[in-house]
Write a protein that binds this ligand. Sequence first.
Ligand SMILES: [Zn+2]
Length: 277
Amino acid sequence: MTLSDPRPLLAAARSGGYAIGAFNVIQIEHAEAIVAGAEQAGLPVVLQVSENTAAFHRGLAGIGAASLAIAAAATVPVVVHLDHAESEDLIDQAVALGFTSVMFDGAKLDYADNQARTADVVARCHAAGVAVEAELGEVGGKDGAHAPGVRTDPIEAAAFVAATGVDSLAVAVGTSHAMANRSAQVDLELVRSLRAGVPVPLVLHGSSGVDDPGLVTAVRAGMTKVNIATRLNQVMTAVVREVLAENPGVTDPRKYLGPGRDAVANEVALLLRLLRG
Ligand SMILES: [Zn+2]
């Protein structure tokens, strides 16, 4: 049983100056691939299921239970995390299912509402032994809500953490979700100020838009959890497209999902080693 609490893993990463990779599960093959990649690298990993993915599957229960079972059978520590939940009901469902971590995304709320609702979520989740990530300063790109230039203020961030008791904080430092190219520049000066002023691990969202050297410097500057989704989707889809193009007679999904899964596992192993430094 290696389903893990993220708090000691992220605390060790923060003090050790490295980061832990968090990857999005869309279908069961992603969860299998992400854990296989983490086992290849011999490093802990976070499996995350987003609110959008739960909606795609018409509920969290199926994909959540699959992720939890795959985590429990892993030979490395695996956190199962609910990503970008705006719904507090969904957070309660994740806690009931046995997720070890949730993200309450109140970035669209004004500061006072975000703080009050996050504090409520933290109280409920901590009572159940579940860690909470929150977001301050909207990271752009989700559902078209592109917000270029948005930045998290370090003083506000420190006050938010103190007022809510969150275990980690997603910050806006120049990245944006769902970027198809790696042209985003992380604001390293801001990351350093946030690292110095905020007492909990910092989470980088939209990391697929950052190239490998950029990820390494962002981690060195102080990012502790790095969320990657689009990059794995690009890898899986490219392999599936290639297999189907080369074998137009294929009908068994295992014939293309299998190679897609292997490619994602290799990419996860590469990324986890990169983030470890
Ligand atoms: Zn995100």
